[in-house]
Design a protein. Structure first.
Length: 357
């Protein structure tokens, strides 16, 4: 996954020049493709598992990945020449140090597990720590590298508040797999037109919305061109919108059997926020990235997503039917406040981006 996600995103960014206003729209189309897989993948592998067991389920996933690799190998000649050029290949010494670092990580993890310092109960705390250290290391590397220009260094600095904002967004958004999953199982009435549907269908709602509305946002960014909001304003709007989505939960506070339409509405609002920030955020990482370190910048972006994801699991411990009013209230307050604060400072942040919108 580490070898695929960062490089695939950088590859999409390479299809657009630095001043091409279609970049956000292009990444939205790319995002639709990702979510098409997110919708169809679980359906196909679930069918394979129920039909022929785990071997067929995993086998279908392997067939899909092989098909993607073959398609890429046959058509990569149509990509820009810059895609095939490694700007700063590892030296022999760097390869050795990288290998030693990987071995060191494995040894440290082994010691932590063997001594009982790392357990299933405290794993989230360790993961948060590792992500934080990794993000600081990437920021330090990008800001101190000798082949990074002053403008590029300023752009990396501009990403610091956006890294925090992105982590806050995903801390709420990823609760569809924690708090919303529990809510769906325990509170929602899944009886629709006499049919008793499965609560796990809640995970299919968001990809469907992405596919339906993704093209609309892609067309919108393309039509607006230079008139579209700057990236920091998009981030701010997404935070405010997802904060409002969590306040919608308050309308059904204390209701034991909630109509499934409420979760559909909430996920619709979450999806609108996601389409404003997620493909735009990936696009931003390619625009802010130093030319010699594009993949590292993309990896830095994904550490913010990772931090938000682990925070979504950590926050879930505070949710219950008894605490849902203060829980959803504060989730909304903190996120909306973060969005408003980012909007208030968006001009100096945009100035640090040195021409990147």
């Amino acid at each position: 996954s580490g070898g695929l996600k960062s490089n695939a995103s950088v590859l999409v960014g390479s299809l657009y020049s630095d001043d091409d206003h279609r970049r956000d729209a292009g990444f939205t189309i790319f995002y639709i493709g990702v979510n098409t897989g997110a919708l169809l993948g679980p359906i196909l592998t679930g069918w394979g598992w129920s039909t022929g067991g785990f071997h067929l389920g995993f086998g279908l996933a392997a067939v899909g990945m092989a098909a993607g690799l073959i398609q890429y190998a046959l058509t990569r000649k149509n990509l820009p020449a810059s895609v095939h050029h490694v700007g700063t290949p590892f030296t022999a010494a760097q390869k050795r140090n990288f290998f030693l670092a990987l071995v060191g990580i494995v040894v440290i993890l082994g010691i932590l597990l063997a001594t009982g310092l790392m357990t299933a109960d405290n794993l989230k705390n360790w993961v948060m720590g590792f992500i934080f250290i990794g993000a600081i290391a990437l920021f330090a590397q990008l800001l101190s590298a000798k082949d990074v220009t002053a403008d590029e260094r300023s752009r990396v600095t501009a990403f610091i508040p956006l890294w925090i904002a992105n982590a806050v967004f995903w801390a709420l958004y990823q609760q569809q797999f924690t708090v919303m999953a529990v809510y769906s199982d325990e509170r929602l009435n899944w009886n629709i037109l006499g049919m008793e549907l499965s609560p796990n269908l809640v995970n299919s709602i968001n990809p469907i919305f992405i596919i339906i509305f993704g093209m609309m946002f892609s067309a919108l960014w393309t039509k607006w061109g230079e008139r579209q909001p700057v990236t920091t304003v998009k981030f701010s709007a997404a935070l405010i919108i997802i904060g409002l989505a969590f306040w919608i939960f308050l309308a059904q506070a204390g209701v034991q059997s909630v109509n499934v339409g409420w979760i559909v509405l909430i996920l619709f609002v979450c999806t609108i926020a996601e389409l404003i920030i997620s493909p735009v955020g990936i696009s931003l990482a390619t625009k802010l990235a130093p030319k010699a370190h594009r993949v590292n910048m993309m990896a830095l972006y994904f550490t913010s997503v990772a931090m938000g994801t682990v925070l979504s699991g950590w926050l879930a411990q505070f949710y219950s039917m008894e605490t849902e009013v203060p829980y959803f209230t504060w989730m909304g307050i903190i996120t909306i406040a973060t969005g408003v604060l980012l909007f208030l400072v968006h001009k100096p942040v945009q100035k640090l981006m040195r021409g990147v919108k």
